[in-house]
Design a binder for this molecule. Structure first.
Ligand SMILES: *[C@@H]1O[C@H](CO)[C@@H](O)[C@H](O)[C@H]1NC(C)=O
Ligand SMILES: *[C@@H]1O[C@H](CO)[C@@H](O)[C@H](O)[C@H]1NC(C)=O
Ligand SMILES: *[C@@H]1O[C@H](CO)[C@@H](O)[C@H](O)[C@H]1NC(C)=O
Ligand SMILES: *[C@@H]1O[C@H](CO)[C@@H](O)[C@H](O)[C@H]1NC(C)=O
Ligand SMILES: *[C@@H]1O[C@H](CO)[C@@H](O)[C@H](O)[C@H]1NC(C)=O
Ligand SMILES: *[C@@H]1O[C@H](CO)[C@@H](O)[C@H](O)[C@H]1NC(C)=O
Ligand SMILES: *[C@@H]1O[C@H](CO)[C@@H](O)[C@H](O)[C@H]1NC(C)=O
Ligand SMILES: *[C@@H]1O[C@H](CO)[C@@H](O)[C@H](O)[C@H]1NC(C)=O
Ligand SMILES: *[C@@H]1O[C@H](CO)[C@@H](O)[C@H](O)[C@H]1NC(C)=O
Length: 409
């Protein structure tokens, strides 16, 4: 079947045809890591063949197989196109981990069937946090780009409602990579993820930029949960920049075995429980009903948060090594076996919420022996009242903290 369309995109008139040669491809914009550079420079993508274009069949009842087929046809130098003003519904698990030097241009909307029962057994499952994916991207040198137009829609409300009747229901993440090396993800709108928005796993050297994330709740009795912006797992040299996130959960969650060499720069955050947060469990699972979490080993090392604009967050910084501990005494009894080292909070400003006024931040370690070199410099965060800002500091080396510590044990 042949599909013709004419679209005006950034002022350029394009004529597209599924089979004909007349599609002039909107180019992948030049994407650079900026204003900071990655610790290892990214390799440039191999040259693409501008006439190797594979349009995903817009009439496929299930876009999954159509997308896989287009990706096979265009692998090694081509571009897969999802047409504008078109809704593609992915209704079966879609494995795109075979990719090699290929671009995927998403100009339409990709939705994922909200057949909750179907995905319970069919979604790709991972032991890590019981994660599930509708689709997964992997391979080498892959650029997935949406030019600010392409949209991924997780139909989250169905899943948030399902969670209300069954807490254990698996809710897939909206976007996932598994074994992706080199390339980029850019210019995409991501709305209403059932669970996290992005899971970057076993991946490296990926630039993620110009992403717009948001949620729309239509049933206030079934609010969203766990709609993290990005979670990374066993990945290295990942840059996430120039993006907006309007969601329900934190962006940088400390729930990993090793978190190392993270640089968080120039963030504005509003209306959240925490601005900068590092959360670690005590050395044994805490006494919470049914909890099997906590007590894992590892370390969090060389983390910098620099230039952080707080507006109405309950804590500007919350560092804890006593997550879910029943008390500081209980936490001290079982110090974390996940160590904290070389943390810097620098150039924080703004105003917190009223919640803990006049306290604006909390820095709590389980024991000094497992928590070293935590620094705070040039911290100018105020509570909404005129009072002097106060900080909770526990088991910290207060000489390294340029804050007004008031409560220590
Ligand atoms: C580019 O792709 C077109 C369409 O698939 C093909 O005919 C052509 O041979 C390719 N050019 C090169 C240099 O591979
Ligand atoms: C809740 O969902 C989980 C995961 O799909 C499933 O194993 C369990 O049977 C469900 N519980 C009920 C009561 O439906
Ligand atoms: C940031 O992303 C927006 C789109 O979300 C884009 O218009 C803008 O050019 C980007 N800015 C930079 C500096 O890349
Ligand atoms: C809204 O959420 C409540 C609580 O989960 C649920 O009972 C109700 O069926 C939902 N309404 C719709 C229209 O799905
Ligand atoms: C700390 O992490 C940064 C990346 O944020 C990296 O550039 C730097 O080399 C790391 N420092 C050490 C001592 O490994
Ligand atoms: C911080 O980000 C904002 C929003 O993108 C930008 O306008 C500003 O120039 C950035 N500041 C620095 C110092 O990088
Ligand atoms: C924070 O909450 C206020 C009051 O509800 C709202 O006006 C503002 O837009 C929110 N900020 C963001 C970034 O959503
Ligand atoms: C800090 O965040 C607030 C709320 O989003 C915003 O109005 C203000 O412009 C930001 N300040 C800077 C310097 O980016
Ligand atoms: C669990 O509860 C017991 C009894 O209250 C207490 O002795 C112990 O310290 C608690 N453990 C933790 C990790 O909170």
């Amino acid at each position: 079947m042949q599909h013709h369309l004419i679209i005006a995109l950034f002022g350029i008139l394009l004529t597209a045809s599924a089979t004909g040669p007349s599609f002039s491809l909107p180019a992948l914009p030049s994407l650079i890591a900026s204003p900071k550079t990655p610790s290892l420079p990214f390799s440039p993508s191999a040259a693409r063949n501008a006439s190797k274009i594979c349009v995903v069949d817009p009439d496929a009842a299930d876009a999954g197989p159509a997308l896989i087929s287009a990706a096979h046809d265009c692998n090694n130098g081509g571009t897969v196109v999802l047409l504008p003003d078109t809704t593609y519904t992915i209704a079966s698990p879609t494995d795109l981990t075979f990719l090699q030097s290929i671009d995927i241009l998403i100009l339409g909307t990709v939705v994922f069937s909200d057949d909750v029962e179907y995905w319970q057994t069919k979604a790709f499952g991972y032991a890590y946090q019981d994660s599930h994916l509708f689709w997964k991207f992997g391979g080498k040198d892959v650029n997935i780009y949406g030019l600010g137009i392409g949209t991924l829609d997780g139909l989250g409300q169905t899943w948030w409602t399902a969670k209300r009747s069954n807490e254990s229901v698996y809710r897939p993440h909206l976007f996932g990579t598994d074994g992706l090396t080199g390339g980029s993800v850019s210019g995409l709108n991501m709305k209403n993820s059932p669970m996290w928005f992005n899971l970057i796993m076993n991946s490296g050297d990926v630039l993620i930029t110009d992403i717009n994330i948001w949620i729309e709740v239509t049933n206030s009795s079934s609010p969203p949960a766990n709609t993290d912006g990005w979670d990374t797992y066993r990945s290295t040299n990942i840059v996430i920049q120039n993006s907006t996130i309007s969601n329900d959960d934190g962006q940088y969650q400390g729930e990993y075995d090793i978190v190392e060499d993270v640089y968080v720069y120039n963030i504005s955050m509003s209306n959240a429980s925490d601005g900068a947060r590092i959360k670690i469990w005590p050395g044994v699972p805490p006494n919470t009903t049914g909890s099997s979490s906590g007590g894992g080993a590892g370390y969090v090392r060389n983390i910098t948060y620099e230039l952080f604009n707080n507006t109405n967050n309950d804590w500007a910084i919350e560092l804890t090594q006593c997550y879910f501990a029943s008390s500081q005494e209980a936490c001290k009894q079982y110090p974390a076996v996940l160590q904290i080292e070389d943390i810097l909070f620098k150039d924080f400003y703004g105003t917190t919420s009223k919640k803990h006024d006049p306290q604006v931040g909390t820095l709590v370690c389980s024991d000094p022996s497992v928590c070293k070199n935590v620094r705070a410099e040039n911290i100018a965060v105020s509570p909404p009242s005129a009072a002097t800002a106060e900080w909770i500091c526990t088991n910290m080396d207060e000489g390294l903290l340029d804050v007004n510590c008031v409560a220590t044990t």
